[in-house]
Design a binder for this molecule. Structure first.
Ligand SMILES: N[C@@H](CCC(=O)N[C@@H](CSS)C(=O)NCC(=O)O)C(=O)O
Length: 300
């Protein structure tokens, strides 16, 4: 049986969902059969979220999945801001149309298409998004060596409306990996959320055998930048191969079969695991990340 404390962090979000304009109150539900004027989702959201609302009600959050590469893309928006500015983290080219359609339906304005790192297993959707939505800007770490409209470094804040993501350098899977973390002030969502890319995968971690990977660095990154976050921080990885969707710092610090070990044991585990993964060759740093399509995925 999983201890109740592991679900504690979900309660504020469940309550917020129950209050959401998308969950009709009982009286409204009873009147649902009566003819009524059609209101678009954006106008409904506008009516419910004015200025001065709590950070939890500002944040619209969606976890999206691409099944061929088992990749998660994350959509976050500040829906209390009149423009409803949004960011997409780790978009995949194959699902760009789905994601942009959702953004349109929700009445959001995509301002950033962000990557946690240069992906070796799929083509990023960033370039495609820029051709379809020229106002959207690409974001990736400076350390990745890839070109983007905004090259970010450790400690920078990426604002969308009144909400922001803080950049934490978490190299080890690749040299330029970053984790994007929601802010820690009262006006930011609680509990915090961290988008860990391939640094931390639920109960595992990214492989370290190519693209500047280093088991030593990965261990250091997770322990210094992720495990030091509050224990109720929600962790959202870029991939899952086992059917998991979200975890917490507390859970991973207790149950991650690799990262709970000491560093030398971790390095031995990774040496053995790296022999077992499907072979991949290094992806050339995508000089055309800003404007178009990255090099093809490199499984060999
Ligand atoms: N276990 C995966 C193998 C695919 C893979 O190598 N995934 C990468 C992330 S994309 S470069 C990885 O780091 N995996 C770590 C892991 O432990 O899975 C599969 O089943 O396809």
């Amino acid at each position: 049986m999983v201890p109740l404390r592991f679900y504690r962090h979900l309660i504020p979000r469940l309550c917020a969902a129950a209050r959401s304009p998308f969950s009709p109150a009982p009286a409204a539900a009873a009147a649902a059969c009566a003819p009524r004027p059609i209101r678009s989702l954006p106008s409904l959201a506008m009516a419910a979220y004015g200025t001065g609302v709590s950070a939890d009600r500002r944040l619209l959050f969606r976890q999206l999945f691409e099944k061929e590469s088992s990749t998660y893309t994350y959509l976050l928006a500040d829906i209390a801001d009149p423009e409803k500015p949004a960011v997409l983290i780790d978009p995949v080219d194959r699902t760009v149309d789905r994601d942009l359609n959702l953004i349109k339906e929700l009445g959001l304005k995509l301002i950033y298409a962000m990557n946690t790192h240069v992906h070796a297993d799929h083509i990023t959707g960033t370039g495609l998004i820029k051709t379809k939505l020229p106002g959207a800007k690409s974001v990736i770490s400076k350390a990745s060596g890839a070109k983007a409209d905004r090259s970010v470094e450790h400690g920078e804040k990426i604002y969308f409306g009144n909400l922001f993501l803080e950049v934490r350098a978490t190299p080890g899977h690749t040299a330029g990996c970053v984790t994007y973390v929601t802010g820690d002030s009262d006006d930011q969502p609680s509990p915090r959320m961290a988008f860990t890319g391939d640094a931390l995968i639920i109960r595992g971690c990214g492989r370290t055998d190519f693209q500047g990977g280093s088991s030593d660095e990965l261990y250091q990154s997770v322990h210094s930048q992720i495990f030091t976050l509050p224990k109720d921080t929600l962790l959202y990885p870029a991939h899952d191969y086992k059917g998991f969707t979200v975890t917490t710092v507390e859970e991973e610090a207790a149950y991650n079969a690799r990262l709970t070990k000491d560093k030398e044991t971790f390095k031995t585990i990774m040496e053995n695991l790296n022999l077992s993964y499907p072979k991949m060759i290094d992806v050339a740093v995508p000089a055309n990340l800003v404007c178009g399509i990255q090099d093809p995925p490199s499984k060999v």
